[in-house]
Ligand binder design. Structure first.
Ligand code: DGT
Ligand code: CA
Ligand code: CA
Ligand code: ZN
Length: 580
């Protein structure tokens, strides 16, 4: 159990204690401990055998220490288990609904003895929530909306979280003798922006006979973060891990591995279309092989490449397998040469300690250089973002001077002076034109007043695009995945204006943003708008997140030509000034 998982259990327990009406001192002690553990730099797991060190953490006393010891030995907390038995484990789902806190949940419980999402939704739709003390129609409508949002996002995970889970599991399974390959399939392999469940495929000698597979499955069943086994069969085991993610592990003999990779990578729509093609050609295609219809003689199965080749298709990269025309293009040998990470020459959205970043200009530049970039840009925030200590005109000019000095001092990489300037509610940019004109890269972004009428928001973005200093629009839709919807505006109109004014759109690679997403990227390309793939790094360690952006770009069929930061430095700089 890592610190985050421990903190989660403690936060949940605090909420349950509050629902139970226990004294506030006790509730607070759980919340304080959770917060301290969440922010602690060392893993509690590594300290637990030395109680002194644990007690030295502020907010953790003797009774909390006993809780932690219990968590590590039993994997759960008796206090929490008892409360969940009293109120039903479904209470934990209710707590995940935005705006629904322990106080309201307690109110609903005491009036109706309801503790699950479906039940609360029924109450709300029947007008029963507004009848509770301190609640009204507005609260009720908000709750219904929040439940709808919860339904939409629950059970999905950000791509980086899914990747981390897959990697941890790979390291574990790998230890079992006779395993050659462990590969994620499904939506993770296709690079989708969020992942429902993990599909892990395993092959090797240990997967050849049923007897051997059972031993390997027994090993997987001992995976420490495994919470419960959902199903276990001849060649498959499904379970939940502690984060709540579902994992399907399948064991395949080597001669079927390619067919299984193809099948379980999906998407379902791609598979259906591919199978229809196979049938027309006299084959059947399933997770075991591509075989002849008469006699069922396998003709391919060991690799995906031979399956596509036998179907007279060029190999289709997983990111394109969504049945959006890729099969026709593969037949015509006309799939686009998708952009790769190696094509990128620079990353031009980065923050430093001058605003809300964690590293200096020099540290960010050295990290970018170590990645092999030829250029990068420092783009700190502007003053409208007060909580981030955004720059006013004067500080922005001083910052440009610092960036220029660092650029002189550090060889082997060009450091552009830039800014991420706020687009104010009326579409004006947050710094003077005179200062913006001195910047090499001006990213204009919306960071406030997200709830304007769509027409107003469109106008706001159009005005920012028309500003001659704007190089690109940052995270253009403002969505935060699994948390906040995009603000509403007319994408077609905005892209039309961007094409006209040669303003680029950002593909922000941060896993909770991925903004523009694959659908909008494709639309941008169709409308002739160029893309810049950035990380929005606030720390040197964030720069590697660029690969999630590249995955989305590939899903959108983008090539090197569609992305400006594949250009050499001088050409890129010119593009940021609309070719002038
Ligand atoms: P997710 O988990 O919701 O993020 O999305 P996927 O794409 O990983 O979907 P999942 O886990 O339900 O199934 C993994 C793959 O297995 C899917 O992409 C294609 C294949 N598959 C699943 N069900 C079917 C099916 O009914 N027909 C066909 N042809 N393929 C299927
Ligand atoms: Ca899946
Ligand atoms: Ca699955
Ligand atoms: Zn931003």
């Amino acid at each position: 159990m890592d610190n985050k998982a421990i903190a989660n259990v403690l936060y949940e327990t605090a909420d349950l204690l509050e629902i139970d009406g226990q004294d506030s001192f006790r509730i607070r002690s759980y919340r304080n401990a959770a917060q301290a553990i969440e922010n602690h730099s060392q893993q509690i797991r590594s300290l637990i055998d030395d109680p002194k060190q644990v007690l030295a953490i502020p907010g953790i006393g003797k009774s909390m220490l006993r809780n932690l010891q219990e968590l590590f030995t039993d994997g759960r907390l008796a206090v929490q288990t008892e409360l969940l038995a009293k109120y039903n484990p479904s209470m934990l789902q209710l707590l995940k609904i935005q705006g629904l806190g322990p106080k309201t949940i307690a109110l609903i419980w005491s009036a109706y003895k309801v503790s699950d999402v479906d039940g609360v939704e029924k109450l709300a739709r029947a007008g029963k929530i507004r009848e509770l003390p301190r609640m009204g129609e507005k609260h009720e409508a908000k709750l219904i909306k929040a439940i709808e949002d919860y339904r939409r996002i629950s059970g999905r995970f950000l791509i980086d979280a899914a990747e981390t889970e897959a990697e941890k599991l790979r390291e574990y399974i790998e230890k079992f003798p006779g395993i050659d390959k462990i590969t994620p399939a499904g939506s993770l392999r296709r690079g989708r922006e969020t992942v429902g469940d993990l599909d892990i495929l395993v092959t090797g000698k240990a997967c050849t006979t049923e007897e051997e597979r059972q031993k390997a499955i027994a090993h997987v069943a001992q995976y420490p973060p495994l919470m419960d086994v959902i199903a276990s069969g001849d060649n498959k085991i499904s379970f939940h891990v502690r984060s709540g993610m579902q994992v399907d592990v399948r064991l395949l003999p080597p001669e079927s591995f390619g067919a299984a990779m193809q099948y379980f990578t999906g998407s379902k729509a791609h598979n259906v279309a591919l199978r229809q093609r196979a049938l027309k050609m006299g084959y059947t295609l399933n997770e075991y092989s591509l075989a002849t219809l008469d006699g069922e003689k396998p003709v391919a199965g060991k690799t995906e490449e031979e399956i596509y080749a036998k179907l007279n298709l060029d190999y289709i990269p997983p990111e394109l397998r969504e049945n959006l025309g890729e099969i026709d293009k593969a037949q015509e040998h006309a799939l686009p040469p998708l952009i790769t990470q190696a094509d990128l020459q620079g990353d031009v959205h980065m923050h430093t300690v001058e605003t809300d970043g964690k590293n200096t200009i020099e540290e960010m530049a050295e990290a970018a250089k170590a990645r092999g970039y030829k250029y990068m840009a420092i783009t700190d925030h502007s003053k409208n973002l007060a909580f981030a200590n955004g720059l006013d005109d004067k500080r922005a000019v001083e910052h440009i001077a610092r960036i220029r000095a660092a650029d002189k001092q550090i060889d082997g990489i060009t450091i552009f002076a830039g800014i991420e300037v706020d687009i104010l509610a009326d579409g004006d940019l947050d710094l003077s034109d005179e200062v913006l004109a001195q910047m090499d890269v001006v990213i204009a972004s919306v960071h406030s007043v997200f709830n304007q009428e769509p027409a107003k928001m469109t106008e706001r973005l159009l005005k920012a695009i028309e500003n001659p200093n704007t190089s690109l629009i940052g995270h253009p839709t403002g969505r935060i995945q699994l948390r906040r919807d995009a603000y509403a505006f007319d994408m077609h109109a905005v892209l039309t204006a961007a094409a006209k004014h040669k303003v680029a759109m950002e593909l922000n690679s941060y896993p909770d943003r991925l903004d523009l997403n694959d659908v909008h990227l494709r639309q941008a390309k169709q409308q002739g708008v160029k893309i810049v793939i950035n990380t929005d790094s606030h720390h040197t360690s964030h720069m590697e997140k660029i690969r999630y952006g590249v995955l989305q770009a590939r899903r959108a069929w983008l090539t090197k030509e569609d992305v400006l930061n594949t250009l050499p430095a001088a050409k890129f700089a010119k593009a940021m000034k609309h070719g002038c």
